[in-house]
Design a protein around this ligand. Structure first.
Ligand code: VG1
Ligand code: CO
Length: 543
């Protein structure tokens, strides 16, 4: 076995986005493309010599091939220990846990998350640091700089490793451990939650449907919900990971998890419906006849977390991404704890979690998690809901109604406009950001603007500043519209418009969110000149 240095011409399009580098799978399959990015990561972290890494992915097309390449580059860069999920499988939260549990120097996660998979779809690579969390902005910037100047990569000519067999082998001085992807994660969940109470809930006839969307959570959900907690066989559907996710979008929202939504709105609905995404870090929660928006889910989980063993002592604080509704802020205020508003993307929660300033975090995009790992965690959220349902003896709908009666309701919806020509989306954002200072006092579709700004984040832990994190417009009557461009797409631009309107505790909580938000939508579309810029007037996805 020898390592060789391969000369290359650097690529100039390897800028990590909201969550790692995402590209068309065929881009990643181009000669030297993956190699260049992986070598740049090693360069950005000061080399691989003597270091340990976790490696795994969501099982999408090209997962196993990419892992073999990373192993060879890691060998040549002097790594001494690799921990790899069997068959190349690790959910994002499980990978985060392994990094922390075994104290590795970081981990490589192969996933494009909720984006479709397959040779003509998407692939992605994320690097997580030694705290288990996504590389912070300073590190992703370093990686990008490395990619642009890269002259060569190091690779070893060893044969492929056997990913199917659990156990430890040696490649030269390097130890390679193939581990069961589920067992350490399951043990962690057992520490956090009251598994006896949840088992008793299922034994008492409680029914749920968990849609793994042919993605990575299938094996985890089978092992935890059915085998360990005793939910009836068949509780987990679409539970076998497929390379192309059954040709679907593994995105747990009412559009892409429509079959589950239809079931939950029908007469045969079980007590709880849940779904997770490609890499297992997102969750959707839906009760019988009651969809729970991710922003509300975060607030309900925070308000009830003390019912689960891990959180009986209470929460240190709560953080949410800026476009997420203010529902969780209201919970923090009542609990008398700090709350934080961060830019979109889990990497911004890392410092707050590491510093012990927050315990629970969440995003409107169906991500919730806590300080047990440094990623959002789909099954964790489902188990916390189950723990709460087991303790409170109420339905999901009753818990929600009760929550709104206490805190008021933040009507919320995100409208996505996908695959817009990049130049048109950029023009809309540039024009809107230019005119922000002139908006206050102006009236659009009957609503008057009270305040408008561009969000910048000042990290209270390390003092770093992240600018250009979304445009915010506030209206008379308490409504808010946020505009930002997605950082996870692989085709054109996706414009996200986030709408939110607060109805106090004594107000009307029974409206359809799209109806309640219609005036705000009209104002947001009009003031951004959405149709003039993009030719669109109907979103592709409403969450
Ligand atoms: C989206 C979501 C964001 C999330 C990110 C990664 O980013 O809005 O909240 O953190 O995806 O999630 P963007 O830039 O497209 O809006 V995942 O589950 O795709 O790793
Ligand atoms: Co994901």
């Amino acid at each position: 076995m020898t390592a060789q240095s391969v000369k290359i011409t650097p690529f100039h399009d390897q800028k990590p986005g909201t969550s790692g580098l995402r590209k068309k799978t065929r881009d990643f399959m181009r000669p030297q493309y993956l190699e260049a990015f992986i070598q740049s990561i090693f360069n950005a972290i000061g080399g691989g010599h003597g270091k340990a890494f976790v490696i795994g992915g969501d099982g999408r097309f090209f997962n196993a091939e990419a892992i073999q390449t990373i192993v060879k580059i890691a060998t040549a860069n002097g790594a001494t220990r690799l921990i790899i999920g069997q068959n190349g499988i690790l959910s994002t939260p499980a990978a985060s846990h392994l990094i922390r549990k075994y104290g590795t120097d970081g981990g490589f996660i192969l996933s494009a998350s909720h984006n479709p998979g397959g040779i003509d779809e998407d692939f992605g690579v994320k690097f997580n640091a030694a705290n288990g969390g996504p590389a912070p902005e300073a590190l992703t910037a370093k990686m990008f700089n490395e990619t642009k100047a890269l002259g060569s990569y190091e690779i070893s000519d060893q044969p492929d490793i056997d990913l199917t067999r659990i156990g430890t082998t040696k490649i030269g001085a390097m130890q390679v451990e193939i581990v069961d992807p589920v067992s350490d994660y399951l043990a962690l969940m057992e520490e956090l939650f009251d598994f006896n109470a949840i088992s008793a809930l299922f034994a008492g006839g409680f029914r749920m449907c968990f849609d793994a969307m042919h993605a990575v959570t299938g094996p985890y959900a089978h092992a935890i919900l059915e085998d360990r907690l005793g939910a009836p066989k068949g509780t987990v559907v679409n539970g076998i990971p497929k390379e192309d996710f059954g040709k679907g979008h593994p995105d747990p929202n009412p559009i892409w998890a429509k079959t589950l939504m239809d079931l939950m709105m029908s007469d045969n609905a079980p007590d709880l419906g849940a779904a997770s995404d490609g890499d297992g870090d997102r969750n959707m929660i839906v009760g019988r006849g009651a969809y729970v928006t991710p922003s509300d889910s975060l607030a309900v989980l925070a308000a009830n977390a003390h019912l689960a063993p891990a959180y009986t002592k209470g929460l240190a604080g709560i953080a949410r991404s800026m476009p997420t509704s203010a529902a969780s802020d209201r919970v923090a205020a009542r609990l008398g704890i700090e709350h934080f508003e961060t830019p979109t993307g889990w990497k911004f929660f890392g410092n707050l979690l590491d510093a012990g300033r927050v315990t629970i975090c969440g995003e409107e995009s169906a991500g919730t998690g806590s300080d047990h790992v440094r990623e959002k965690d789909g099954l964790w959220a489902v188990l916390l809901w189950l723990n709460i349902l087991a303790k409170r003896n109420l339905s999901v709908a009753q818990i929600l109604t009760d929550h709104w009666a206490t805190y008021g309701r933040d009507y919320y919806s995100r409208h996505d406009f996908e695959a817009i020509e990049t130049s048109k989306a950029d023009a809309l954002v540039a024009e809107l950001s230019d005119k922000l200072p002139t908006l206050p006092g102006q009236c659009f579709a009957g609503l008057t603007v009270t305040k408008a700004d561009e969000f910048s984040y000042h990290d209270p832990v390390d003092g770093s500043v992240s600018t250009h994190q979304g445009l915010r417009v506030y209206f008379d009557g308490g409504g808010r519209a946020v505009f930002r461009l997605s950082g996870t797409g692989t085709e054109g631009a996706t414009l996200r418009i986030y709408l939110e309107h607060y109805e106090p505790a004594e107000g009307d909580h029974s409206q359809d969110p799209q109806t309640a938000l219609a005036p705000l939508r009209d104002a947001a579309y009009t003031l951004s000149r959405l149709t003039e810029h993009t030719g669109r007037s109907e979103p592709d996805v409403r969450t």
